[in-house]
Design a protein around this ligand. Structure first.
Ligand code: BMP
Length: 212
């Protein structure tokens, strides 16, 4: 399967979350989970969801190297295939994340997709992308709300992966993000809050197919 679509499962009701995961399995390439679901249902959700799909833990880890290691190791041992970290913490923390992940993937945030992402992250996005390449991350998070910024990050990172949130509820379009150089579009509310999450995921996958 290579739909190039990732579900952001920020549903906080565990039962509903598992239903959505089951409904979209076979359509999405991975499920990204974030604090809302882990805080409401516990970290066992990482392991449960890994039965349906690859699980990326979007913990946006931003800490000193030792704490980064503890978080990344814990997530990976529970079944995460990838962990998202912030890059602004600098080289030592980023290198520690990559080392702690072992065979799992570390994704570094560059420029964030929301309007506030322009205030600080955008000013250092290219530098953070360069640092991520040097530290050996597997890929980057770049905004579907500003496809031209995806293209700028792509110029720097060569063949490394770009995962792009901001599709649907935040106004971005999956096919625009992919055309600009993203490998995967990340979609949350527009899928898990829809009446028919499977149909909605199929719609995003079809949009992506128009440009690949
Ligand atoms: P939604 O499609 O419902 O807007 O969800 C987007 C998901 O991607 C959320 O989990 C959010 O935390 C995450 N995200 C984002 O929206 N912008 C970023 O720059 C980085 C993210 O991880």
């Amino acid at each position: 399967m290579d739909s190039r679509l990732i579900l952001a499962l920020d549903e906080t009701d565990g039962e509903k979350a598992l239903k959505v995961a089951e409904a979209v399995s076979g359509i999405v390439d991975a499920i990204k989970i974030n604090w809302p679901l882990v805080l409401s249902e516990g970290p066992a959700m990482i392991t449960k969801l890994s039965e349906y799909s690859d699980v990326i833990c979007d913990f946006k880890v931003a800490d000193i190297p030792n704490t980064v290691r503890l978080i990344v190791e814990n997530a990976v041992s529970r079944g995460a295939s990838g962990v998202i970290v912030h890059a602004f913490t600098g080289e030592d923390s980023l290198r520690e994340a990559v080392d702690a992940a072992g065979d799992a993937d570390i994704y570094a945030v560059t420029e964030m997709s929301h309007p506030g992402g322009r205030m600080f992250t955008a000013l250092h996005a290219e530098e953070m992308a360069r640092l991520g390449v040097e530290c050996g991350v597997s890929g980057f998070i770049a905004p579907a709300t500003r496809p031209e910024r995806i293209a700028a990050i792509r110029e720097i990172i060569g063949d490394l992966r770009i995962l792009s949130p901001g599709v649907g509820a935040q106004g971005g379009k999956a096919s625009d993000a992919i055309s600009a150089g993203a490998d995967y579009a990340i979609v949350g509310r527009a899928i898990y809050k829809s009446e028919d999450p499977r149909a909605s995921a199929e719609m995003f996958a079809a949009d992506i197919r128009t440009v690949i």
